[in-house]
Ligand binder design. Structure first.
Ligand code: AMP
Length: 283
């Protein structure tokens, strides 16, 4: 099997129109490339349900808060193409910046409320950038389904709501977080960690599990349930704490008391690499 690389919107539309005419369903997997086991899981899920799988690789500048992070973002395109090929992907859509943004967009998609907490306040404009580029991809590909990872739980909620609010006829399929054996969630940014930092990075997942343990042993007050986990992160010299929250899984607003299913989410910095992760807990 060999994947076909498509670089223009026009060509992709033409190829997909032909597939649609043949009655084939289309599954979309949006990524920023530097593909890892998490992305491969999305492709695998897409492969199960859809006849044609389209992976998009586009490092979207409008969702970055720091120009440096955008510049340093890994872009190993030929490795990525090989991985997509091995995963049985039909088309990789990897447009240039000019193809996606021939001029700076005057139209942006903003999803309120769901972006008020968790990563939102730390990344002003980020979710607008994400929602806008994903809306563009949805209109370019017109897929039947799109696959998104739970590792980015807030992003998932934002995109699901955006599709619903804007009546975009697409099913948004959640895919569970894929982790390394020591619990660290796969992330393209992990490859920027030194060996020492890579070891330290596991502290985030360990902290989430610690909050979960506290909740499961009956500590309902979030402030108290968080305390040992915040201390754990504080004790890791290579990690800088950003936030740790327990949120309502629907509204993503932080809760003070855990009374039902909840999302435990957090972010830390290791050097200049920002890592996020989350798990679900039922009290
Ligand atoms: P990214 O390339 O980081 O923008 O991610 C593209 C897609 O892959 C998003 O839907 C992510 O949620 C998903 N993803 C990233 N990391 C993981 C992971 N460790 N497990 C599952 N999905 C992931």
């Amino acid at each position: 099997v060999s994947v076909r690389l498509v670089e223009t919107i026009g060509e992709l539309r033409k190829l997909l129109q032909e597939a649609r005419r043949r009655g084939q369903s289309i599954g979309l997997v949006p990524t920023m490339g530097a593909l890892h086991a998490g992305h491969l899981k999305l492709m695998e899920e897409a492969r199960k349900r859809d006849d044609i799988v389209v992976v998009t690789i586009f490092v979207n500048p409008t969702q970055f808060n720091q120009q440096e992070d955008f510049k340093n973002y890994p872009r190993p395109l030929s490795d990525d193409l090989k991985k997509c090929s091995d995963a049985g992907v039909d088309f990789v859509f990897a447009p240039s910046l000019e193809e996606m943004y021939p001029s700076p967009p005057l139209t942006m998609v903003a999803v309120a409320e769901l972006t008020k907490h968790l990563c939102g306040p730390f990344r002003p404009g980020h979710f607008e950038g994400v929602a806008t580029v994903v809306a563009k991809l949805f209109h370019i590909v017109q897929a039947d389904r799109a696959y998104f990872g739970q590792k980015d739980a807030q992003q998932f909620a934002v995109i699901q709501r955006m599709a619903r609010d804007l009546n975009i006829p697409i099913e948004i399929v959640p895919v569970e977080t894929v982790r390394e054996p020591d619990g660290l969630a796969f992330s393209s940014r992990n490859r920027r960690l030194t060996l020492e930092q890579r070891q330290a990075a596991t502290v985030l997942f360990r902290a989430l599990r610690l909050v979960e343990r506290e909740i499961q042993r009956g500590v309902a007050l979030v402030e108290a349930a968080k305390r040992p986990a915040v201390a754990l992160i504080g004790a890791e010299p290579l990690a800088r704490f950003e936030y740790l929250d327990v949120a309502d899984p629907e509204t993503l607003h932080p809760v003070a008391n855990v009374t039902g299913p909840a999302l435990i989410a957090g972010a830390i910095w290791i050097g200049d690499v920002r890592l996020i992760d989350n798990i679900r807990v039922s009290a």
